[in-house]
Ligand binder design. Sequence first.
Ligand code: ASP
Ligand code: MG
Length: 450
Amino acid sequence: MSNFNVAKFGGTSVANFEAMSRCASIVENNPQTKLIVSSACSGVTNILVALANGVQDAEQRDSLVNQLADIHHAVLDQLSDPVETEKSIQTILSSVASAAEAASYQPSKKLTDHLVSTGELMSTLLLTQIFKERGNNAVRFDIRDVMRTDDNYGKAEAQLETIFSLAQEKLLPLCESNIVITQGFIGSDSEGNTTTFGRGGSDYSAALIAEAVQANGLEIWTDVPGIYTTDPRIAPKATPIPEISFSEASEMANFGAKILHPSTLVPALRHDIPVFVGSSKQPEKGGTWIRHQVQSKPLFRALALRRNQTMVTLRSASMFHAYGFLAKVFEILAKHKISVDLITTSEISVSLTLDQTDTTGGAPELPATAKAELEELCTVEVENDLCVVALIGNNISKQKGYASQVFSAVENFNLKMICYGASPNNLCFLVHESESTDAIEKLHFELFEQ
Ligand code: ASP
Ligand code: MG
């Protein structure tokens, strides 16, 4: 095991010169932290995604590229020695302009990944220079030399063994006498093409890197001082949670607490690496530790909301007392690489929600080809504008009496797909988008504010 931590800084943590300087002082205050994984500067990936989707109007394209230039130049302007960094950023911006033009003729997932990766490539150039100017031994490392993935652009899959051996060979020795700054979100396939892990993928990158260098701990620095009982913008009385178990936290990540990318905890859990979540703006406020073993195990720990759900309901009379129906359904979904999130079944129907993780954002869609194949088996109904409300806690399915407390709080809402029992750590259901924040507010009041 290495004796250092990996720290990931999210987009708002590296939004500008001041924010980046705060990151540097967090790292300087903790000599244990050696390896830094950075997101793109706040707002940059959104602009790059817009360009990658294909902007026909040349003027509009230029204006988006100028916005990118402004964000990065604002940092360059505050460097003491910007010359080399500026040259590198300029080269990247020119490549963005030509790739954006290509995307306006013919967008593709491969081109999208090539384009959106430039956000992290630019932010790490700036961050490294800031670390250096503050007197640190800092080096920038192109993570594409280590982060090997398949070629599923926009939602690449990590190739763990290769990542492990490349990290041991190329990354670990660098950390011995340097602070190493590298990119989250991006990787490369075996042919050297750039890939990405999907929006918000830097957390996952950082966890993979922490796993590959066998780090002591993983710090996720973001814009909130840890994980809260729910999103304080929805329920202002939400409170921070000092510690939470991996099992609870993975349910939270899965169920839409946007604090962590859903896959983040998988590598940390595999290697039992404690994960810290804190605010780079207010590091003194502490944060949340996610660990294997925790001291307290309350029945209700937190409430999470995941928007943009697509529910698919499949009905077939031939499901009645038959076997193999679900196997066929899942065979079709697997063939189309559609990942399923929630599922409930009855005698002749099954409802499921589609996972959403790819780089373009937006509600996940059931591809027409997959729908056509499913329609050979059964009727297919697709419903959008839904949200998952998830209640996270401990031993939920083993307690008596809690159901009336939970369901009376949401008695006025139309609940769909109530799921519980599969995990002792969560109970969840779908509500319409228009009712979602109300439902969270009512539940938080009932379960956490009494
Ligand atoms: N920059 C990417 C995004 O905005 C990845 C990340 O920040 O995690 O989605
Ligand atoms: Mg993020």
